[in-house]
Structures are given as structure tokens and as C-alpha cells.
Design a protein around this ligand. Structure first.
Ligand SMILES: O=C(CO)[C@@H](O)[C@H](O)[C@H](O)[C@H](O)COP(=O)(O)O
Ligand SMILES: [Zn+2]
Length: 193
């Protein structure tokens, strides 16, 4: 049994390494473009909004912390808001409208032209994320998508998309984490010193 478990550990690490190698081969250009797009919006007075479900909600909140607080180096606080954090707003919208509207209604209330919505969905099909992207586009925001399936509905709505194509949701999320930390680093460098 122990060997079976160890085998699963090793196979998972192998899957992760293969995806990292693929990301290393093909990911540099899109990650650099995403960082540039966010940095430009923030420099022009825009705000970064983020949304996602489950582990991706945690990723959205993680990123907001890197921007509002600090990633590595000292610079001004950067405006970033995860739309998964206010339980009163979330429960009100889900209860009085529907779960599909939990992010879109907040986008309608908050997002302005020139802002960025960074939307996470490993399936690329979560209805609440898609609806948020549609409303954000109507309001003149740029849409950045992190997905885990190529040619998903979310990718089709996005201006820029990083697709970490993997069979397991968790493996896609691990590539998302590597990629978004690089984005945080690149954006921070453009505001530091
Ligand atoms: O973290 C994980 C799996 O690793 C889960 O919580 C996962 O995020 C949830 O199942 C989400 O609801 C999946 O939604 P999505 O990424 O397909 O939009
Ligand atoms: Zn997870």
C-alpha cells in the first residue's frame, strides 16, 4: 500500500514536471503580454479585478494580496480586488438573483473602462466566470483568462489567455500559480524604483 501511494506521488510529480516543461517552451510570450497589459492599465489609473471558483477563488485572493500588499520589492500599493471575498455581497447576489450572477453583478457595480478582469476557470466553462467576462467586456475592460482546456468559451471571450491544458484540474492550477507569480514579479518591476 505504501508503495502504491509513493507511486502516485511520483506519477503526480512527473505530470507536473511535464506541464512545467511545456509551459517553459510555450508560455513566455503570453505571460509577458499579460503582465504588460496589467501594468499598463494600473499605470493609467485602472484597477485589476479577479474572479474564480474553489481553488481559483483562492488564487484570485492570493494575487490581490500580492498587488495591494507586496510581492517582493517596495513600490506603491496597486489596486486589485478579488470578487470572491465579501460574503454579504456574494450571499445576497446568490440568494436574490442566482449563483451565475455572483461575479457579474459586482463587475456591473465596480468595473470601469480601462480596468482589467482576470478570470480563472480550469474548465473554461463556469457560468459565473463567463457572465462576469461578458459584463466586463461590455463595460470596456480588458479580459485576461487563465484556463485549463484549449478552445474553451472563456478563452473565446478573453483578450489574452493562458491555457494550461491538463487532464487534472489541480495540475492546471499549479501552472496557473507559477504563471501568476511571474506576472506579479513583472508588474512589480515596472512600478519599483
Ligand atoms: O481546487 C480545486 C481542484 O484542485 C477545486 O476547488 C476547483 O477549483 C473547483 O472544483 C471549481 O469549482 C472548478 O471550477 P472551474 O475551474 O472549472 O471554473
Ligand atoms: Zn485544489
Amino acid at each position: 500500500m505504501t508503495n502504491g501511494r509513493e507511486q502516485i506521488v511520483r506519477e503526480t510529480i512527473e505530470d507536473h514536471k511535464a506541464l512545467v516543461a511545456q509551459f517553459e517552451r510555450h508560455g513566455a510570450e503570453i505571460v509577458a503580454r499579460i503582465a504588460e497589459s496589467i501594468a499598463r492599465s494600473l499605470a493609467e489609473g485602472g484597477t485589476l479585478y479577479l474572479c474564480g471558483n474553489g481553488g481559483s477563488a483562492a488564487d484570485a485572493q492570493h494575487i490581490a494580496g500580492e498587488f495591494v500588499g507586496r510581492f517582493r520589492t517596495e513600490r506603491r500599493a496597486l489596486p486589485a480586488v478579488a470578487l470572491s471575498t465579501d460574503t454579504s455581497v456574494l450571499t445576497c447576489i446568490a440568494n436574490d438573483y442566482d449563483y451565475e450572477s455572483v461575479f457579474a453583478r459586482q463587475v456591473e457595480a465596480l468595473v470601469r473602462e480601462g480596468d482589467v478582469l482576470w478570470a480563472f476557470s480550469t474548465s473554461g466553462t463556469s457560468a459565473n466566470v463567463l457572465k462576469a467576462a461578458e459584463v466586463a467586456r461590455r463595460k470596456g475592460a480588458r479580459i485576461i483568462a487563465f484556463t485549463g482546456r484549449s478552445q474553451s468559451p472563456l478563452e473565446n471571450l478573453a483578450d489574452l489567455c493562458l491555457c494550461a491544458d491538463a487532464r487534472a484540474t489541480a495540475r492546471s492550477q499549479e501552472i496557473h500559480q507559477l504563471a501568476y507569480h511571474i506576472v506579479c514579479d513583472l508588474v512589480e518591476r515596472s512600478f519599483a524604483g
